[in-house]
Design a protein around this ligand. Structure first.
Ligand SMILES: NC(=O)c1ccc[n+]([C@@H]2O[C@H](COP(=O)([O-])OP(=O)(O)OC[C@H]3O[C@@H](n4cnc5c(N)ncnc54)[C@H](OP(=O)(O)O)[C@@H]3O)[C@@H](O)[C@H]2O)c1
Length: 245
């Protein structure tokens, strides 16, 4: 019989990057659906505040760039996990002539090798039918100046989840690809252009409003609870990729 589509009662849900934005909203919705939520992030103060806000069972410090810390966090988590969301650090935009190769290597290491590390750590820990979900983006699907690294990152993640879904089965592995989402990350990236961007999106997006972290979180929770979904990339962008930039 299919798993319940709405309840996460008693299930252990780990949200990496759970102290702000999409991760925070996912932690909130998973908690509201009955999950035992664990959140991770780098900044301890923000993490503890978020844990109280969403009623998380645990808050664990983790920098996704640190492979040793990642292994330690998995060692400290409950033995059986039900669902994991990997949010985390933002995109990397740089035109090729200005590319800093040390930064490029760090980005690749975290997004590609880091994703493989997390996938491997799930083996034997995430239960059959449980899920691993990564957050990716739709913004670099079309080539553009400065989008090279973001494009490689997002295309690679789709390849990783498709292959991991086969290798990790019956654990399910998916990616959620978001367009603009109104989060603290977007506010930091856009600075004083944030309001103009929101207004532009409200005027042009087919949905007539800006996508919020709760919209993305709802899709992530659906991927956790719908046991038929694996190996795919699911877009949530309000139709943004249908527009000509
Ligand atoms: N917002 C968008 O428009 C958008 C669109 C497409 C894709 N995405 C992707 O979605 C993910 C979440 O984005 P968001 O907008 O929700 O970002 P956000 O508002 O900045 O929240 C990011 C969360 O991840 C944590 N984090 C950041 N860097 C980390 C690292 N290196 N290691 C561990 N934790 C880290 C942050 O806490 P600490 O800083 O304390 O660690 C925070 O909890 C990102 O991967 C982003 O690229 C976002």
């Amino acid at each position: 019989m299919a798993e319940s589509m709405t309840s996460l009662t008693g299930q252990v849900v780990v949200v990496m990057g759970g102290s702000a934005g999409i991760g925070l909203e996912t932690a909130r919705q998973a908690g509201a659906a009955g999950a035992r939520v664990v959140i991770t992030g780098r900044d301890r103060e923000r993490l503890e505040k978020a844990a109280v806000e969403v009623g998380a069972e645990r808050a664990m410090t983790l920098d996704l760039n640190d492979a040793g810390q990642l292994g330690q966090v998995f060692a400290d988590l409950p033995e059986q996990l039900d669902h994991i969301l990997v949010g985390g650090s933002g995109p990397f935009y740089a035109p090729l002539p200005e590319l800093d190769f040390d930064e490029a290597e760090r980005f690749m290491n975290q997004h590609l090798v880091g994703s493989l590390r997390i996938a491997r750590l799930c083996i034997g820990r995430v239960r059959a039918g449980g899920s691993l979900t990564f957050i990716s983006g739709t913004g670099a699907r079309r080539p553009g100046i400065g989008l090279m690294m973001a494009a490689i990152g997002t295309a690679s993640l789709s390849a990783i989840v498709a292959n991991a879904a086969v290798e990790l089965a019956p654990i399910r592995v998916n990616t959620v690809a978001a367009g603009f989402v109104d989060t603290p990350l977007s506010a930091r990236l856009l600075g004083d252009q944030l309001e103009d961007r929101r207004a532009e999106l409200r005027a042009t997006l087919p949905i007539g409003r800006v996508v919020g972290p709760e919209d993305v979180a709802a899709l992530v929770v659906h991927l956790m609870t719908n046991g038929a979904l694996t190996g795919a990339t699911y877009d949530v962008d309000g139709g943004q990729q249908l527009l000509s930039r």
